[in-house]
Unconditional design. Structure first.
Length: 176
C-alpha cells in the first residue's frame, strides 16, 4: 500500500492554484499529504426540487462509498447549495471519526449576502470549512476557543472570526 493520503474529490470546476493552497494547509494541520481527484458524480440524482438544493446526507454517503486504497480521509468538494433535513443549509458535513466529509462553496460567497465578491475571503472560508470537517473525521468535536477552526459556525460571520488552524487543545488531540 502507498503512503496514506487525504483525498480532495472535486465535483465541479475548481481552480488548481486554490486547491494547491487548500492542500498545503490541510497537510500542515493533519500531517498527511493531499491528493486531488476529479470526481464525476451526476448531481441530478441528489437534487431536491422542492428545496432547490442538494441533499448533503446522500452526497456524504456517496463520497463514503468511493474507494481509494491509500486514502486515510476523503472529502468531496462542491459548488452547490447543500442541506440536511433539519437545517436550511450547511457549509459542510462529516462522519465523526469516519473517513469522509463534504464541503460546499455555495453559501460562502459574499454575493449570497448582498456584498461585493471577494475571492480571497471565499478561499479562506472554504479552507476553514474543509479543515473543520476533516477535524471531525479525526475525532474532534466542536471547540469553545473562539479562534479555533473547530468552533461551530452556522453563519459566514462565524467563519470569518476564526482561524483556519487548530487550537493547542485540538492539536494535541489530533497528534495523539
Amino acid at each position: 500500500m502507498d503512503e496514506q493520503k487525504i483525498f480532495l474529490i472535486t465535483n465541479g470546476i475548481f481552480e488548481q492554484e486554490c486547491l494547491k493552497e487548500i492542500a498545503k494547509d490541510i497537510t500542515r494541520e493533519f500531517n498527511f499529504p493531499v491528493s486531488i481527484y476529479e470526481g464525476s458524480l451526476d448531481l441530478r440524482e441528489f437534487y431536491d426540487e422542492v428545496r432547490r438544493q442538494y441533499d448533503g446526507n446522500r452526497l456524504l454517503k456517496e463520497i463514503e462509498k468511493m474507494d481509494f486504497p491509500d486514502a486515510i480521509k476523503k472529502i468531496g468538494l462542491f459548488r452547490n447549495d447543500i442541506y440536511i433535513p433539519i437545517l436550511t443549509f450547511i457549509f459542510g458535513q462529516a462522519i465523526y471519526k469516519g473517513n469522509s466529509g463534504i464541503a460546499s462553496l455555495y453559501r460562502l460567497r459574499n454575493e449570497q449576502y448582498g456584498m461585493k465578491p471577494d475571492e480571497s475571503k471565499l478561499l479562506d472560508r472554504f479552507k476553514k470549512v474543509i479543515i473543520h470537517e476533516l477535524g471531525h473525521t479525526f475525532g474532534l468535536k466542536h471547540c469553545y476557543v473562539p479562534t479555533c477552526v473547530m468552533r461551530s459556525g452556522t453563519y459566514v460571520e462565524h467563519l470569518d472570526q476564526k482561524n483556519h488552524t487548530l487550537c493547542k487543545t485540538c492539536r494535541s488531540l489530533v497528534d495523539r
